[in-house]
Design a protein around this ligand. Structure first.
Ligand SMILES: Cc1cc2nc3c(=O)[nH]c(=O)nc-3n(C[C@H](O)[C@H](O)[C@H](O)COP(=O)(O)OP(=O)(O)OC[C@H]3O[C@@H](n4cnc5c(N)ncnc54)[C@H](O)[C@@H]3O)c2cc1C
Length: 424
């Protein structure tokens, strides 16, 4: 995993003042572990409600998925709605879908309210590669319209061809409400808003131990924080703090590459309407243009902590399979990150020991709903736990094999799904 490599996002990030290291003893109402969108959103909402909040971040704000992602902002969750219906019943599955739409709206509210400059562009297309996937997407569209009142458009192959210069796909499910943004600049914008609301953010302050109790205590190398409530928002990167929470998700490595600027005309010749695109394979390709006219191309999951061999060549081959016209274009940036998946791919939000809250396992689909998760946790801490209670009804199982065996077991399962994508 080239976690330390500079990404296109860090190279184009808005200035952000380094936050202090935690030193000594601190007493707050709520301590948040992790300065990604889950933790920052919870911290912002809580500070707005009058709570004294500290955020402890192991590296720097936006270090995790929130600052490295594809930036695709998509209504819905990491699993199909049918899965949520099976887990929760139709009524609560509908509420979850509506809350995912609220999550997209929350991004717009925050962008406007806090003047966050993050290159928002509307429009997202899910694209099928096989006839089976055309049927799946058409069924999905019908379900969204009929049962969730959510309107999307079906585009034929010819209609898609008017916007996307690739003949790889058989059509598109286009959602005008979803879109894409610069994830790190959005995350930094939320962090700035949180600071302005009074949140204390500490960077390079990894939490190494959590003592639970009526006043949980968080230990860092140079200091400790005592709080009435704790929010664990480390997601895929949380390690050694709470086995109960960590064993419920599996970290999966995924990679993105950015071409050099292609120039406006060439970039527009690839994606005319500037939408984000994702196929629906298990190991999917997802791509979009940046504000400075690069192609950002994501894909290639890995179920080990190591960067896959030949990553650059694989990514180039995948990009050129979509856009053969980019045969002369190499990548300027290539980076990776970890996302967290759950066994059933449904989100995992909850509370343990009465005052330790967590949200994780967005299963590759967390850019929007992590913000909602922070809001739901803030509501619960403030005494309104109705929404958290709905999420807590989703049954999750820890990954079999615990910390050391879950990776190989998942790799085997994923190999099967990839084979299925290749064959049918
Ligand atoms: C390469 C990539 C592409 C993606 N693309 C998309 C996409 O296009 N659309 C989409 O919806 N989702 C995407 N995702 C998923 C999305 O980024 C995540 O679901 C979302 O950002 C999760 O936010 P978070 O705040 O929960 O976690 P993170 O953003 O990962 O933040 C967790 C933070 O906690 C910190 N931390 C962990 N442990 C500790 C500790 N012990 N002490 C202190 N701090 C700690 C970490 O350093 C990190 O900063 C992608 C993810 C990756 C990695």
């Amino acid at each position: 995993m080239s976690a330390e490599a500079e990404s296109y996002y860090s190279a184009t990030a808005h200035p952000w003042p380094t936050q202090p290291l935690l030193r000594g003893e601190l007493r707050v109402d709520v301590a948040v572990v992790g300065a990604g969108l889950t933790g920052l959103s919870a911290a912002l909402e809580l500070a707005q409600l009058g709570y004294k909040v500290a955020v402890l971040e192991a590296q720097q704000v936006g270090w995790g998925g929130s600052g490295r992602s594809g930036g695709q902002i998509i209504a819905g969750w990491g699993c199909d709605q049918s899965k949520l219906v099976a887990l929760l019943g139709r009524e609560d599955a509908k509420r979850l879908f509506d809350w995912s739409v609220e999550a997209v709206e929350l991004i717009h509210q925050r962008r406007q309210q806090h003047a966050i400059d993050c290159d928002w562009r509307p429009g997202h297309a899910h694209v099928p590669l096989k006839p089976r996937q055309v049927s799946e997407l058409r069924h999905w569209q019908d379900d969204l319209q009929r049962n969730y009142g959510y309107h999307t458009q079906w585009w034929s192959r010819e209609q898609l061809g008017e916007q996307l210069a690739s003949n790889r796909y058989l059509g598109a499910l286009f959602d005008a409400n979803s879109g894409h943004l610069h994830p790190l600049n959005y995350t930094l914008g939320v962090a700035k808003a949180a600071r302005e609301a009074g949140v204390q953010i500490y960077e390079r302050s990894a939490v190494t131990k959590l003592d639970s109790g009526s006043r949980p205590l968080l230990h860092c190398e140079h200091g400790r924080v005592q709080a009435d409530s704790v929010v664990l928002a480390g997601n895929a990167l949380l390690s050694g703090v709470s086995a109960t929470v960590e064993n419920r998700v599996m970290p999966v490595g995924t990679y993105i590459a950015a071409t050099p600027p292609l120039g406006e005309a060439r970039a527009k010749s690839l994606i005319g309407n500037d939408m984000a695109v994702a196929d629906i394979n298990w190991a999917l390709d997802y791509f979009r243009l940046s504000a400075d006219h690069r192609l950002l191309f994501g894909g290639r999951a890995s179920y080990s902590a190591l960067q896959p061999p030949g990553l650059r060549a694989t990514m180039l081959r995948r990009m050129r399979a979509v856009f053969p016209q980019l045969a002369d274009v190499d990548f300027e940036y290539l980076w990776g990150g970890f996302l967290a998946i759950t066994m059933n791919r449904a989100p995992d939000f909850g509370r343990i020991d009465g005052n330790i809250y967590y949200a994780q396992g967005y299963s590759g689909h967390g850019m929007a709903v992590s913000g909602l998760a922070g809001r739901v946790i803030a509501e619960a801490i403030a005494g309104q736990a109705e929404r958290l209670d709905v999420f807590q009804r989703i049954r999750h199982r820890p990954f079999p094999g615990g910390k050391y065996l879950r990776m190989p077991l998942l790799a085997t399962a994923m190999a099967w799904y990839k084979l299925r994508d290749a064959l049918f």
